[in-house]
Design a protein around this ligand. Structure first.
Ligand code: AMP
Length: 170
């Protein structure tokens, strides 16, 4: 499937100089959304994933669907102040600005097999922060699953040799 034809470039969003990759045309297409869920889950079907960890907010679009396909649970990583129970926090830099991410302090059991997911990898700062956030739980991070990878930004260099799978690369 030609996913690139369903990813729209929005120049200067959310600030000047950023070309935002808008994936809403993929979400709108019944064939494309089904294709993406299947293709994102496929490499991980036999990896005994316990939890898919999705990053707010676009990591919530495919994360739970991938988890359902894998027979895994879904764990949200959220922006600061959104999770109701006690949390761990990490601060990080983005392609545009800086932010904090949180996870419930009891979210993950030791030795759990995790698949981390987001819609897009740019500089890798968000995913690196998520790895930092989950590492104290002593998990096994099996892989990182992405719809889009901006390979020219070399974000994968930040990810400690964790295997990355993405459906579309620029
Ligand atoms: P980074 O931390 O630089 O890898 O940025 C990844 C996060 O920011 C992801 O959650 C993306 O949704 C978002 N993001 C960064 N750059 C873009 C972009 N050019 N288009 C769409 N989303 C982006």
């Amino acid at each position: 499937m030609d996913l690139k034809s369903l990813i729209r470039d929005i120049p200067d969003f959310p600030k000047p100089g950023i070309i935002f990759k808008d994936i809403t045309p993929i979400l709108k297409s019944p064939e494309a959304i089904q294709y993406c869920i299947d293709a994102l889950a496929a490499p991980h079907m036999n990896q005994s994933i316990d939890y898919v960890v999705g990053i707010e907010s676009r990591g919530f679009l495919f994360g739970p669907a991938i988890a359902a396909k894998l027979g895994a649970g879904f764990i949200p990583v959220r922006k600061r102040g959104k999770l109701p129970h006690r949390t761990r926090v990490v601060n990080y830099d983005l392609e545009y600005g800086s932010d904090s991410l949180e996870i419930h302090e009891d979210a993950i059991e030791a030795n759990s097999r995790l698949l981390l997911t987001d819609d897009l990898l740019a500089t890798g700062g968000t995913m690196k922060a998520t790895i930092e956030l989950v590492t104290p739980f002593s998990p096994h991070i099996v892989g990182v699953s992405l719809l889009v990878e901006l390979a020219f930004l070399n974000g994968s260099a930040q990810l400690d040799n964790i295997p990355i799978h993405s459906l579309v690369q620029y």
